[in-house]
Design a protein around this ligand. Structure first.
Ligand SMILES: Nc1nc2c(ncn2[C@@H]2O[C@H](COP(=O)(O)OP(=O)(O)O)[C@@H](O)[C@H]2O)c(=O)[nH]1
Ligand SMILES: [Mg+2]
Ligand SMILES: [Zn+2]
Length: 313
């Protein structure tokens, strides 16, 4: 069935594997009378990149806006001919034009791990993007335990949304939140329920990614690539493969800015030294009575040692 006659269009790269890209064509080129399902099943094209772009050394990533030409709607194929400018770029995992990071941490199974949870938040903070924190699998704990867990994370400077895919708690609020942004990336340790959350949020009729993903042989648990899912007009979300110990490597003077506990104090603090790291410097004005301070101290000291080793003194 040929739905449109256009031979060129703009779209967004929603998946990538080896030399192939799946590009979702902007829906407004389609006939308005088509329902969501028809649009969703017919606006995805399997694309390769025009040789000239490859020669220019351009790397095209999931989230990139591209122009495609030579569209063959019957076989759902096309060629990417232009990469449009990016607003942001996340390198791990590689996703362009991300507007929000959603960090998912579970209360149990796997058990909430202080060091890991905090490091996930620090790497998320490193992007400079807005962070939205989810506390998952809350069906596994009592409301009193949840109260303490939420209070703990508030002490870290976050206001987590408790969710559960088993009893549906918080899912409507999560969907509303994602719809406020253009491209959210869902990250967090493996097993916390990221993919399950997406399965609950995706419109039933979208059947995950439609027929094209089959061509990329995407298995639900085997994929190591990022893929974007559409949650409505101009709202997409990326599931990411879990990785368990994010590396925080950063200049100590910048590390402090990744801690909301320090960030919130800085405007009023009057440390004696401008480059104060708030360790034991004389005249330090930062209050250090917060839970993650020992971790802040440990990472800062690690970074200082690391820098000394690199400089050979
Ligand atoms: N009890 C409970 N289990 C969940 C919940 N969400 C997901 N799970 C289970 O947690 C396991 C890992 O889920 P998955 O979505 O694959 O996690 P991911 O690695 O973060 O994508 C699966 O066995 C799910 O059934 C939840 O809200 N409550
Ligand atoms: Mg998953
Ligand atoms: Zn200080």
């Amino acid at each position: 069935m040929v739905l449109v006659n256009l031979s060129s269009a703009k779209g967004i790269v929603v998946a990538k594997k080896a030399n192939y890209y799946i590009v979702e064509i902007e829906c407004d080129v389609f006939n308005d009378s088509l329902d969501y399902q028809s649009k969703n099943n017919h606006n995805r094209l399997l694309c390769t990149i025009r040789q000239r772009l490859i020669h220019h050394g351009l790397s095209i990533n999931v989230g990139d806006r591209v122009s495609v030409e030579s569209i063959d709607w019957n076989s759902a194929r096309a060629i990417i001919t232009k990469l449009h400018s990016r607003k942001t770029f996340l390198s791990k995992p590689p996703v362009a034009n991300v507007t929000e990071i959603i960090v998912a941490l579970s209360v149990k199974e796997p058990l909430f791990d202080f060091d890991q949870a905090s490091r996930f938040l620090l790497t998320a903070e490193q992007t400079g993007l807005d962070i939205f924190l989810l506390l998952t699998k809350i069906d596994l704990i009592t409301s009193t335990q949840l109260f303490h867990q939420v209070r703990r994370l508030k002490g870290w400077g976050y206001n987590p949304l408790p969710v559960s895919t088993k009893n549906g708690k918080g899912l409507d609020i999560l969907l509303d939140q994602i719809k406020l942004t253009n491209l959210a990336v869902l990250c967090g340790p493996s097993g916390v329920g990221k993919s399950s959350l997406l399965n609950c949020l995706l419109p039933k009729e979208s059947i995950l990614t439609g027929h094209l993903s089959v061509k990329l042989k995407r298995g639900r648990n085997t994929t190591r690539n990022v893929e974007l899912y559409s949650l409505g007009t101009n709202t997409r979300v990326a599931d990411t493969p879990g990785f368990n110990r994010p590396d925080v490597r950063i200049d100590p003077i910048e590390l402090q800015l990744l801690f909301p506990e320090i960030r919130s104090q800085l405007p009023k603090a009057s440390c004696k030294f401008r480059n104060c790291l708030h360790l034991d410097e004389p005249g330090c004005d930062i209050d250090t009575s917060w839970e993650r301070y020992t971790q802040y101290r440990k990472i800062t000291e690690e970074m200082i040692t690391f820098r000394r080793l690199c400089q050979g003194d």
